[in-house]
Design a protein around this ligand. Sequence first.
Ligand code: URA
Length: 438
Amino acid sequence: MLIQEIIRRKRDGQTLDRQMLDLVMRGIADDTVGDAQIGAFAMAVYLNGMHEAEATALTEAIRDSGQVLSWDDLDLAGPVLDKHSTGGVGDLVSLVLGPWIAACGGHVPMISGRGLGHTGGTLDKLESIPGYDITPSEATFRRLVQEVGVAIIGQTGALAPADKRLYGVRDVTATVESLPLIVASILGKKLACGLGSLVMDVKVGSGAFMPTPEASRELAEAIVATGCAAGTRTSVLLTDMNQPLARCAGNALEVAAALEVLRGDDRHSRLYRVTQALASEMLIQSGLARDAQDAERRLAQTLDNGAALERFGRMVHGLGGPADFTQRAAHYLPTAPVVHEVAAPRDGVVHAIDTRALGLAVVELGGGRRNAGDAIDPRVGLSHIAELGQTLSAGEPLLRVHAADREAAEALSARLSDAFHLEAGAADIPPLVHATLR
Ligand code: URA
């Protein structure tokens, strides 16, 4: 069947079957489908939507547009599982969760991304560790997943190649905001990793990828339905992004925050609690824990005995980082030459935070990219970020800016101050986990 006939069907509101979607996705992957056709296909899906079975077929077609990893030959002792997030600010969950799950007996082949828009990227964070290689050989990746239980690396050209071109064209044709295209893009990539189960962290709030809580919920429901229909046990936690998850944002700063949790020194923060909730869901879903109590016990044990930290250290060393990174992180992680405090302009309680604005400030400091090829400055970012509900007096710090120079820090001060809404009286604090969907 001709590609233009498939596009015509979708344009006219008809349903596409798996065979047709395979033709389009394979053609995108091998460059026989042109950018104009990709744009027309994406717009037809954007305008007409997709039925549940059709969205599942699209997800499977993206998954199968390249290599699909299989772990069967390795005879792994535990399940193969992963977590993926729609992204946020100060969302460094993956750095902690991967090694923590490995310490509990799971195998986590985590293919992560770079920063996107105002949200940080796991790969950019890991690259603040000297020597860390996000593009190892497949043999190294598989060996680490087998022996250490976790490897966090970058997308390879071989996995779900149709998504890379399709996403690039969507980005410039105003077709990113289509539920079936988003679901198929996220899940197509993840399911190509040969997972037995997947937990998704869909963010809700002022720093979330989806613009409203309703849209986040809709995405979560579609992910559960599609993931399960495509044969991978999938659940979603809707978690709060009305403020940065960690009290810092920026690449090296977030690696340091991850180590604090892995050392067991941070067991009360929102970062800890969200990571623990996601880890618990993963352990139960994959059969590594009987129930929530069992999961909690195993997670506490692997922090207490240092096993989770040890897995992180082995992963870092296995991917080219220093052997003693976890013992001497302060020596290895770069720090910014200027640390500038932004003060509260008046007395008040933090009622709202423009989380997106904080994420964009990190990008402007050089901690993210304005253009695809930009270099990242791992040293810069924000720390000591005031939390929702915190009472501040005028002059007390809202946050600290870590910058390459004083001008860069001062240029952002007014905007950063405006990102915090201070009012009198108690603030409404949103729940950390809004809902769990299975
Ligand atoms: N993240 C993805 O990987 N794909 C999308 O379409 C949106 C967010």
